[in-house]
Design a protein around this ligand. Structure first.
Ligand SMILES: *Cc1c(COP(=O)(O)O)cnc(C)c1O
Length: 430
C-alpha cells in the first residue's frame, strides 16, 4: 500500500496538477474531497460547512440512478472482475457486450437493431455522425455532410459534438470560427407553436441536399440550458426528415433510462430515430460507457459503400466490466416499478420547488420526471449557491443561471425534501 496522503496534501496536489471539468489550471475553487459514497450519500474526507455527508442531488451528472455502492451492481462488477476486466474487441467478443447490445435493441424503439459500444457519450455522438455521413457517401450522395440542430443543445465536448452545441453563451463559443459550420434552428419553444414547427420543417427542406442528419436531444435539452419542449416537435422532425431524405439522430445520453418519466424521452412522442445515442445512466454511474444504435437501413447503406466498414474502434470498445454492470443496471431498473419512483420524485420536486418561484431573482421553476430546474434572472454565484446547498447537506452543481437537480431514483421522500430545500436555499443565496 502507498503511504496515505492527508486531505490537505491531496487538495494541494489536486490544485497543482489535476484538471477538473471546464476548469482553469491551476485550479481555482477548492473541490470537496469525497472519501466514499453509499446510497444517495457522498461521504467527505473532511466536513464542509458542518457537513461530513452530502445527499447527491445530481446523480453524478445524470448517471447514478440507483445510488452508490449498490449491492447488485457491486456484485456484477466483482463477478466480471474475476473473469476478466477487459479484452480487446477486434476479432474477439464476449458475453457481457453481446448481452448488453441485445438488451439495448430490445428496450429501445423499433427499428433500431445494431449497436456500437463506445467509451463515452461524446464518442457515441462522433460515431452517430460518422454513421450518417458515411451512409450518404456510400449510397452515392457525398454532398450530404452537414448537420442541423436547434439552439440550446448540448452533445458533448469533442469536435463534432461541439459543432452542434448551442453556439452562443455556451461552453464552446470560443471555437465558432474553427468548428464545422452546422445549420441552427431557433431553440424549440416549451409549448407547441405551429409557426415554429413550420419554420423547422422549411429549414430542413431548404438544406436537404447538404444535410446528412438532424441531431437533437428529445424533450429535454440538458447542459445547454435545462429547457423542456413539446414532444410534438419530434414528430415534425421525423416527418420532415422522411420527406427530404435526412437521417434523424436522437441524443438520449441525458434523458435515457427513465429520467423524463418514459424509458426513453422519444416515447413521449411515439417517434423513433434512425440513430440513437445513450450513455450517462447506462452503467448506473459505475463506469464510462455509451452506445450508438442504428437501423438496418443506416447499416446497409454503409455496407454497400466503397469502404463497406465503419472505421471506428476505440481501444476499450465493449469493455466487459462496464458492459456487465450496464446489464445489471438495466435489469435492476426494469425489475422494479421505476415509473412509480420517477412519478414520486416528480411530485416531490413540484411540491418542494413551488416555494422557489416566489423567491426574488427567480425567473422560472420547471419540473419534468425526476428533473427539477430553477432558472434565475442572473448568473449563479457558484460559491454562495454551493455553500448554501452544502449547509443543507446537499450536493448541487449549478451552472450559468441554473440551479437544478436530478436525484437518484432511490432518493427517499425525506432526502428529496432536503434536496428541494437546498435548491431553494441555493437560489436565495445565488
Ligand atoms: C453528457 C452528454 C453528452 C456527452 O457525454 P460524455 O460522456 O460526457 O462525453 C452528450 N450529449 C448529451 C445530451 C449529454 O448530456
Amino acid at each position: 500500500m502507498p503511504e496515505p496522503l492527508t486531505p490537505a496534501e491531496l487538495l494541494r496536489l489536486d490544485r497543482e496538477h489535476v484538471w477538473h471539468p471546464y476548469g482553469p489550471m491551476p485550479g481555482r475553487a477548492e473541490p470537496l474531497l469525497v472519501e466514499s459514497a453509499s446510497g444517495v450519500r457522498l461521504r467527505l474526507a473532511e466536513p464542509a460547512h458542518g457537513r461530513s455527508e452530502l445527499i447527491d442531488g445530481m446523480s453524478s451528472w445524470w448517471s447514478a440512478i440507483h445510488g452508490y455502492n449498490h449491492p447488485a451492481l457491486n456484485e456484477a462488477a466483482r463477478g466480471q472482475l474475476d473473469r476478466m476486466s477487459h479484452v480487446m474487441f477486434g476479432g474477439l467478443t464476449h458475453e457481457p457486450a453481446v448481452r448488453l447490445a441485445a438488451k439495448l435493441v430490445e428496450i429501445t424503439p423499433e427499428p433500431l437493431r445494431h449497436v456500437f459500444l463506445a467509451d463515452s457519450g461524446s464518442v457515441s455522438v462522433e460515431v452517430a455522425v460518422k454513421m450518417c455521413l458515411q451512409h450518404w457517401r456510400s449510397v452515392g450522395r457525398p454532398a450530404k455532410q452537414r448537420l442541423l440542430t436547434w439552439r440550446g443543445g448540448y452533445h458533448g465536448d469533442t469536435w463534432q459534438p461541439m459543432s452542434v452545441c448551442d453556439p452562443e453563451g455556451g461552453m464552446h463559443e470560443l471555437w465558432q470560427g474553427a468548428l464545422p459550420r452546422q445549420i441552427f434552428a431557433d431553440a424549440p419553444p416549451a409549448e407547441y407553436d405551429e409557426t415554429y414547427a413550420a419554420r423547422l420543417g422549411d429549414l430542413i427542406a431548404r438544406h436537404a441536399d447538404e444535410l446528412a442528419a438532424v441531431i437533437v436531444e428529445p424533450v429535454v435539452q440538458g447542459a445547454g440550458g435545462m429547457r423542456f419542449h413539446s414532444p410534438a416537435y419530434l414528430r415534425v422532425l421525423r416527418e420532415a426528415c422522411d420527406a427530404h431524405d435526412v437521417l434523424l439522430i436522437f441524443d438520449e445520453i441525458a434523458t435515457g433510462f427513465g429520467r423524463t418519466g418514459t424509458l426513453f424521452a422519444s416515447e413521449h412522442a411515439g417517434v423513433s430515430p434512425d440513430v440513437l445515442c445513450v450513455g450517462k445512466a447506462l452503467t448506473g454511474g459505475y463506469l464510462t460507457m455509451a452506445a450508438t444504435l442504428c437501423t438496418s437501413r443506416v447499416a446497409d447503406g454503409i455496407s454497400r459503400g466503397e469502404v463497406p466498414v465503419l472505421a471506428h474502434g476505440p481501444t476499450f470498445m465493449g469493455n466487459p466490466l462496464a458492459a456487465a454492470v450496464a446489464c445489471a443496471s438495466i435489469d435492476l431498473l426494469l425489475g422494479q416499478d421505476w415509473q412509480v419512483e420517477v412519478k414520486r420524485l416528480e411530485s416531490g420536486l413540484r411540491e418542494g420547488l413551488v416555494r422557489a418561484a416566489e423567491l426574488p431573482g427567480v425567473r422560472e421553476v420547471r419540473v419534468l420526471g425526476a428533473i427539477g430546474v430553477v432558472q434565475l434572472d442572473h448568473d449563479v454565484d457558484m460559491t454562495a449557491a454551493t455553500r448554501a446547498a452544502v449547509r443543507e447537506g446537499v450536493w448541487l452543481r449549478p451552472f450559468r443561471d441554473l440551479i437544478y437537480t436530478m436525484p437518484p431514483y432511490v432518493t427517499g421522500d425525506e432526502d428529496l425534501a432536503r434536496i428541494t430545500r437546498a435548491v431553494c436555499a441555493a437560489a436565495s443565496a445565488a
